[in-house]
Design a protein around this ligand. Structure first.
Ligand SMILES: C[S@@+](CC[C@H](N)C(=O)[O-])C[C@H]1O[C@@H](n2cnc3c(N)ncnc32)[C@H](O)[C@@H]1O
Length: 277
């Protein structure tokens, strides 16, 4: 497999005027995430002031998981949301590790997956310490798969929850992915989308955009040593992405019902939930 070259820019100022309209967005997004994978978690924590963990926990809460639910976390990256789901299922199963066939993380950037797998292995080891259980996931059991949100490698009506955190904005064709999420969900299944948004208050939005466009790209690039332009892409991809009402419209058009939005931290982040009825 040829890996994208991660040492040259994926984005320039012209492409960033509207990165969603770029024809080879998929390849550029993949190249950028391959480059920043090793420092991705650190940058997330620091630049969200550790709010990203709270947002993922909230997303898991809104998913209302039951102990036997099957979950697919799409665009899982380094696996943080996937592991929150595993943790939640573990609690519901009163300390027992989730069945590895119950939770899947899927991402099209191969470089993210070893990081996610290592975290899962650490979590599984801690489980063993606290609560010895019979099933002991081997590395081959680890539920992180290399694949595309737009063509999920799962049958129809396969799972109870599909989640995607900070991923839908990066997908080349979000509508195609949302239809795919609908296909793999069972009736009663929940789609959870966590995504950046902009505060609706004008003053807050101005302050946020100053931080997001002027400060974060510099400090995050410094931390990651990134040369692809990933942290210039981040604010521009949020500012040019569809708004909240359009996101809700897309979910409804794909067949989801009872679609709701839950703004978090002044609306910097929004959790959307839709049900397949
Ligand atoms: C901002 S990261 C989010 C990672 C993780 N969900 C989190 O909460 O930190 C976006 C991820 O989306 C993945 N991605 C983008 N487009 C994708 C697609 N079409 N299929 C699968 N993964 C995709 C990228 O590879 C990247 O790992």
């Amino acid at each position: 497999m040829t890996r994208p070259d991660s040492t040259s820019p994926a984005w320039d100022d012209r492409l960033l005027e509207n990165p969603h309209a770029v024809t080879d967005k998929r390849a550029r997004v993949q190249k950028m995430f391959a480059a920043i994978a090793p420092s991705y978690d650190m940058n997330n924590r620091v630049h969200s002031f550790w709010q990203d963990e709270r947002w993922r926990r909230k997303a898991v809460e809104y998913a209302e998981v039951a102990s036997n639910d099957r979950i697919i976390d799409v665009a899982c990256g380094t696996g943080d949301l996937t592991l929150w789901f595993a943790h939640q299922i573990g609690l519901k199963r009163i300390g027992a590790k989730p069945d590895p066939a119950q939770i899947f993380g899927i991402d099209f950037t191969y470089e993210m997956l070893p990081i996610a797998r290592a975290k899962w292995a650490r979590l599984a080891a801690n489980w063993d310490e606290d609560q010895p259980v019979d099933d002991d996931p081997q590395p081959s059991d680890l539920p992180f798969i290399n694949g595309d949100a737009q063509i999920l490698p799962f049958p129809d009506a396969f799972c109870d929850v599909v989640s995607i955190a900070f991923g839908i904005r990066n997908v080349a064709d979000p509508m195609m992915a949302i239809r795919e999420f609908h296909r793999v969900l069972r009736r009663g299944g929940r789609l959870i989308i966590l995504e950046f948004s902009l505060p609706t208050n004008r003053i807050l939005r101005g302050m946020y955009n100053f931080y997001f466009r002027q400060i974060l790209p510099r400090t995050a690039t410094l931390i990651s040593g990134d040369k692809t332009g990933a942290y210039k892409y981040l604010p521009e991809s949020v500012n040019t992405f569809i708004g909240r009402e359009q996101m809700i419209g897309m979910m409804r058009d794909a067949g989801f019902e009872r679609v709701e939005q839950f703004p978090l931290t002044f609306g910097v982040c929004v959790c959307y939930r839709g049900i397949k009825v």
